[in-house]
Design a binder for this molecule. Structure first.
Ligand code: AMP
Ligand code: MN
Ligand code: MN
Ligand code: MN
Length: 282
């Protein structure tokens, strides 16, 4: 079984990279990619543990992009974590996250929620600071029962704690990924707040910039969206990807190892990967 999208404590997951890999192994995953948001810091540890367990490990990252005033996520697979423009670009994004976090805390304070910056940093433990960490602090304060319900009432456009943020451009994110020898995948296309026409424009621009993959089966798609995006992948001759987007128990839509296979009309993004051919020969 394969999982090409998940998060560790290096970004906003709750398991450290080593524990995440052990969890994936226990759930039957044999080819795994760790795709932390805007950070490559977990790849070495994850690879070491994965290989010690006889799994195949794929270097990955999930890059935050601002496109037409919307946040879009691009997963980079098979990237080279030593590629300087990618490393430096992501380091700058992490700096930007620190400034955004200060603004988020100021916005929350205007709504009577104080000390959110310290609260969120307690959850991020010196790693990347994310809205997910603010969400966990808001749950702790009793403002919502879980992180998913926080995002219905806070931290999103029009709600307390929202801050617009200038992420990487689509072109820049793809340049970093391709420059490092990776493949770019449009993450969870069913989750964006955009109509059909704008989504079509996003996909066409993504392809024009050299994007090759699209997530068809992900933990954050509803089952009927698997077929919708399988058809879109076929229509645009995009390679299909599959990943849980696991962030830890109680944080995610679905556990690892419980997603269905790709619909049969999909060309899997791993079809020509040596790791896949090794696993299927076992
Ligand atoms: P950031 O990249 O800091 O803006 O944080 C975005 C992260 O917050 C996502 O990667 C998710 O982990 C989490 N998130 C965003 N929206 C939701 C939601 N509706 N339910 C649960 N988690 C969410
Ligand atoms: Mn996340
Ligand atoms: Mn995402
Ligand atoms: Mn993700």
């Amino acid at each position: 079984m394969i999982d090409l999208h998940c998060h560790s404590t290096i970004s906003d997951g709750v398991l450290p990279p080593a524990d995440l890999v052990r969890h994936a192994h226990g759930r039957g995953i044999r080819i795994l990619s760790l795709t932390d948001h805007d950070d490559l810091g977990g790849l070495e540890e994850a690879r070491e543990v994965a290989e010690s367990l006889g799994m195949h490990f794929i270097n990955g990252v999930e890059i935050s992009v601002l496109w037409h005033e919307r946040t879009v996520h691009i997963v980079g697979l098979r990237i080279d974590p030593q590629h300087a423009p990618l490393r430096e670009g992501l380091a700058a994004m992490r700096e930007g996250r620190i400034l955004r976090a200060e603004k988020i805390a100021e916005e929350l304070a205007k709504s009577g929620i104080h000390d959110a910056l310290q609260g969120a940093y307690r959850y991020s433990q010196g790693n990347i600071i994310s809205r997910a960490h603010f969400a966990r602090y808001l749950v702790e304060l009793g403002h919502a029962k879980n992180t998913a319900s926080v995002f219905k009432r806070y931290l999103v456009k029009g709600k307390p704690g929202y801050v617009r943020h200038e992420w990487a451009s689509l072109a820049t994110a793809l340049e970093w990924i391709h420059g490092s020898g990776g493949i770019a995948v449009l993450a969870h296309p069913g989750r964006y707040d955009m109509g059909k026409q704008l989504l079509k424009q996003l996909i066409e621009e993504f392809i024009q910039l050299g994007g090759r993959g699209i997530e068809v089966v992900t933990g954050s798609h509803r089952p009927e969206q698997f077929n919708t995006f399988a058809q879109i992948a076929q229509q645009y001759q995009l390679l299909s990807s599959l990943g849980s987007d696991y962030h830890g128990k109680g944080q995610s839509y679905i556990d690892m190892g419980s997603l269905p296979s790709l619909p049969t009309n999909c060309q899997p993004i791993w079809h020509d990967w040596p790791e896949y051919h090794q696993v299927s020969q076992q």
